[in-house]
Design a protein around this ligand. Structure first.
Ligand code: PAF
Length: 281
């Protein structure tokens, strides 16, 4: 695996491959890699001749400084894991390489970044949009792969790609779960043993909500039940539970109002913020 810390040599390396007609897949990550990321690498390898993965803990997408400090960093382990699954290129820039000057550009995605994560993490999606734009400009990928767990992020990157005419096909890859249902996430590394047990509460809440909504209950009826269920556990706190149309993230009251409704949930277990979602089919 080729490892690049700087933009210019990476661009030169990729330009050469592109000249030889190779298709490039990009898997952007913030490291602390788990099986979910590996699924994205495998999806990219199945379709592209060259797979690039980036590991960059993007400071401007963290609205909470403590969250940035505590974000897990396991670079050596990540490098070995990427190598073992045949990733071709690792791009691991420093903060200074990505942001040589203080970044002043702010992105506004309208309704898409005012709801759910956007409402609870002001500025988060502007930071995500900016770093993904930079990565798309640097790598110029033919395909890019993201996890379905971050569905709102995917909807926003789709908008970004359309509005800025990036020549990249986006793929959302199904969430991987532990046997007890917990969605794989780099943040799970920060959970204590008892918090780890509690963390399944969001998945369980989604299953219960799915049942209730499919039996005809409205989102308005289900929301307080989800809060009660999650917060019954003393270590857990709910930020939001929303039923939305997965295409435009508009809130809906019942499952008939969208052809592709999705439930999104977020909250804390101890100090660790977790998110999850589930489509209703
Ligand atoms: O989903 C993530 O890991 C990050 O938000 C991303 C897309 C790599 C941008 O920093």
């Amino acid at each position: 695996m080729e490892i690049f810390k700087q933009i210019t040599p990476l661009k030169a390396f990729l330009r050469d491959l592109k000249c030889h007609g190779k298709s490039i897949g990009l898997v952007p990550t913030m490291g602390a890699l788990h099986e979910g990321h590996i699924t994205l690498i495998k999806a990219s390898k199945a379709r592209n001749q060259v797979t690039v993965s980036s590991i960059f803990v993007n400071p401007i997408q963290f609205n909470n400084p403590n969250d940035l400090i505590k974000y897990p960093r396991t670079l050596e382990k990540d490098r070995k894991l990427l190598e073992s699954v045949g990733c071709d290129v690792l791009f691991n820039p420093s903060d200074e390489e990505m942001y040589p000057k203080e970044s002043v550009l702010k992105l506004d995605f309208g309704h898409l970044d005012k709801t759910m994560e956007g409402a609870f993490r002001p500025g988060h999606f502007s930071g995500v949009g900016l770093v993904v734009s930079k990565l798309f400009n640097i790598v110029e990928p033919d395909h890019a792969y993201f996890g379905q767990k971050d569905w709102q992020q995917f909807a926003i990157i789709k908008k970004l790609t359309e509005e800025l005419n990036f020549n990249t096909v986006l793929h959302s890859v199904a969430t991987l779960r532990e046997p007890d249902g917990l969605a794989l996430s780099s943040r799970n590394l920060r959970l204590s043993a008892s918090e780890r047990q509690t963390a399944t509460v969001f998945y369980k809440a989604l299953l219960r909500a799915k049942d209730a909504l499919q039996q005809g209950k409205t989102a308005g009826e289900v929301k307080p039940q989800v809060r009660e269920f999650v917060e019954h556990s003393p270590e857990a706190r709910l930020d939001y539970f929303e039923l939305v149309d997965s295409k435009n993230l508009n809130a809906i009251e019942n499952v008939q109002q969208s052809t592709t409704p999705i439930m999104c949930i977020a909250g804390y277990v101890g100090e660790v913020r977790l998110i999850d979602n589930m489509f209703l089919d």
